[in-house]
Design a protein around this ligand. Structure first.
Ligand SMILES: Cc1cc2nc3c(=O)[nH]c(=O)nc-3n(C[C@H](O)[C@H](O)[C@H](O)COP(=O)(O)OP(=O)(O)OC[C@H]3O[C@@H](n4cnc5c(N)ncnc54)[C@H](O)[C@@H]3O)c2cc1C
Length: 276
């Protein structure tokens, strides 16, 4: 394991100061991606800036704007939070697919999106829920849509010295069922070969996929067919997902298999949410 400094922060100002002092300093939330990446040589860091005990990043609340999930909130807290289970259960379902119980005790939603794996399980539901990502830097704050947040594999709009402070699930919450379907090599702990979120909103549907493109993607062609053209043959609608994705071959599956799996999971998702 390479050596690096470790600093624990108790407020945001301290975190920004430490991130500025060393351009190889990186935020540490749950550490479930970061520590594995450091050990494996994927990340070279000068200092880990531990943000987990910053009170502002530990908020988890539902108010008139929606549900705000602080950047240090663990996945297990998200999964058991009443307003999430009640209003946007698809998010709890996807968070529950991540790792093991002990991983979810440390891991955060913000870490999942900041790591920017195209296979991040929390991302497709966040796309369907049109989540907003709140970002802060030493001088200014900004908010971006979840779709604008991801810019490529392992890449986001975050600039050095910036932190995600929270993710907002905005109101109105979707009226209708949502499902997250994860296809992976094993039934237990593994990244998605393909992840599909399908969320009904009244008579419309939103669909997003992970692990089939450089970033998570919305299935615009399928959504158009269902929402605008009134397609109710779910198999026919699901075939259109091929136009929305550009999968690669890797150790979790071939390009052809991912096309097939995406189509199957989109069809199953449509059947489950549109016919329920
Ligand atoms: C055994 C195991 C199984 C796993 N299984 C899955 C799985 O099934 N699905 C899945 O999607 N993932 C999986 N993961 C990956 C990981 O657990 C998740 O991505 C998790 O959500 C990461 O959150 P974290 O808080 O631990 O992030 P960290 O490791 O702390 O950080 C991840 C990255 O984000 C940056 N970062 C963290 N917080 C912020 C912030 N607030 N602002 C700016 N940058 C920030 C860090 O600097 C780092 O680059 C697994 C990991 C392990 C070890």
């Amino acid at each position: 394991m390479p050596s690096f400094a470790y600093r624990k922060c108790t407020n945001l100002a301290e975190a920004f100061k430490l991130l500025k002092e060393d351009d190889r300093a990186v935020p540490l939330a749950g550490g479930t991606d970061l520590t594995v990446g450091i050990r494996g040589g994927k990340f070279r860091v000068g200092a880990l800036i531990d943000i987990k005990d910053i009170p502002e990043l530990n908020i988890l609340l539902a108010d008139r704007d929606g549900i705000t999930i602080g950047a240090a909130v663990s996945l297990n807290r998200i999964i058991s939070f009443g307003p999430i289970r009640e209003n946007v259960p698809i998010l709890a379902e996807a968070c529950h697919c991540i790792g093991t119980y002990s991983v979810r005790n440390r891991a955060t939603l913000s870490g999942n999106i900041c790591n920017a794996s195209p296979a991040a399980d929390a991302a497709p539901p966040l796309y369907c829920l049109e989540a907003r990502v709140n970002i802060a830097g030493p001088r200014k704050k900004r908010t971006v849509s979840i779709e604008a947040f991801f810019t490529g594999p392992g890449q986001t709009v975050l600039q050095q010295g910036e932190l995600v402070t929270s993710v907002l699930i905005p109101r109105p919450y979707p009226a209708g069922k949502g499902v997250y379907l994860k296809g992976s090599r094993t039934g237990s702990v593994d990244l998605a070969t393909v992840g599909v979120a399908v969320q009904r909103r009244g008579n419309e549907v939103r669909i997003a996929l992970g692990a089939v493109a450089p970033t998570p993607v919305r299935a615009g062609s399928v959504e158009n067919a269902v929402n605008k053209n009134g397609e109710t043959d779910w198999a026919a609608a699901a075939r259109l997902v091929r136009d929305d994705i550009s999968p690669i071959t890797d150790l979790r599956g071939s390009r052809e298999y991912r096309y097939h799996l995406a189509e199957v999971l989109v069809r199953r998702g449509l059947e489950q949410v549109m016919e329920g």
